[in-house]
Structures are given as structure tokens and as C-alpha cells.
Design a binder for this molecule. Structure first.
Ligand code: ZN
Ligand code: ZN
Length: 146
């Protein structure tokens, strides 16, 4: 952890290490500041919301994490060392799914090339309803029919 922080030119603090450790360990890869704050405190770390804010801002500036804003939800953060991917977002429960499609990557690359663009980054988001929410919606409308 310390090496990662040092490489990114960030000041090494105990709280910064803890936060980075937390981000690499959790299963859920898209976290809001509040998620991180609550998660750390649930692990027995006493760290304030403002401190989490400040550290995450530093992490983002140093390129360790990427912040993404989907519709009206709060910014979610994920580690920047993940392979490039796109997102599916559920409009009902806010669930986020990462996906990678080499064919899309290829087509985007060709489109950029065609227009003479050198690409810095791209974002592709699809919005809809996840499987669980579709099921819940369907059973609700079934009941209304009766
Ligand atoms: Zn959903
Ligand atoms: Zn993602």
C-alpha cells in the first residue's frame, strides 16, 4: 500500500493506507464517499466523512481512482487499475454492472481513427432495469391486474 501511495506522489498517511486497502479488498467496486466512510467505520476505523472526502479527492487527482457520475446518483469511485470497461446501470435500484466487449472497443477505436481523433478516454453507459427489478416490476403489475 505504501509503495502505491509513494509512486503516485501522495503523502503517506495511515488513513490513506487504510482507505486504499479498503478499496482493494471490497467486492463492490463502485463506491460513494458515504459507502467508503460507512464501510471503514464498520471495520472499526474511526475516520471522519470529511477525511474520506479529502483523501478520495487526492486519490482521484493522483489517478489512483476514477470518479464516475451516473444520472442523479452520487459520484461513485473505482480503482483506476481495472481494465477499461463500460457500465450497465439499473434505474430502479442503482445497481452497476461492469462489462467488457472487445468488439465495442474495436468499433470505437475504428470510429475514432476514421475521424482522426486520438482518444483519451471514453464512457459508455446503458440505463435500464436489472433482472431482479424487472421481476419485481412484473409481479407488481400482475397483482394490479387482479
Ligand atoms: Zn435493479
Ligand atoms: Zn466500473
Amino acid at each position: 500500500m505504501q509503495a502505491v501511495l509513494k509512486d503516485s506522489g501522495l503523502k503517506i498517511t495511515a488513513q490513506g493506507c487504510k482507505l486504499l486497502e479498503f478499496l482493494t479488498q471490497v467486492d463492490e467496486q463502485h463506491l460513494t464517499i458515504e459507502n467508503i466512510y460507512l464501510g471503514l467505520n464498520a471495520q472499526g476505523e474511526t475516520i471522519g466523512l470529511h477525511t474520506v472526502h479529502r483523501i478520495m479527492a487526492n486519490f482521484e487527482q493522483a489517478g489512483l481512482v476514477v470518479g464516475r457520475l451516473f444520472e442523479s446518483k452520487n459520484t461513485v469511485y473505482e480503482l483506476s487499475n481495472k481494465p477499461r470497461h463500460d457500465h450497465l446501470i439499473c434505474l430502479t435500484c442503482g445497481k452497476l454492472i461492469d462489462f467488457i466487449d472487445p468488439l465495442i472497443e474495436l468499433r470505437l477505436g475504428l470510429a475514432a481513427e476514421h475521424h482522426g481523433m486520438s482518444i483519451h478516454h471514453h464512457s459508455l453507459n446503458m440505463y435500464g432495469h436489472c433482472f431482479a427489478c424487472q421481476k419485481a416490476l412484473n409481479s407488481k403489475s400482475d397483482k394490479q391486474k387482479v
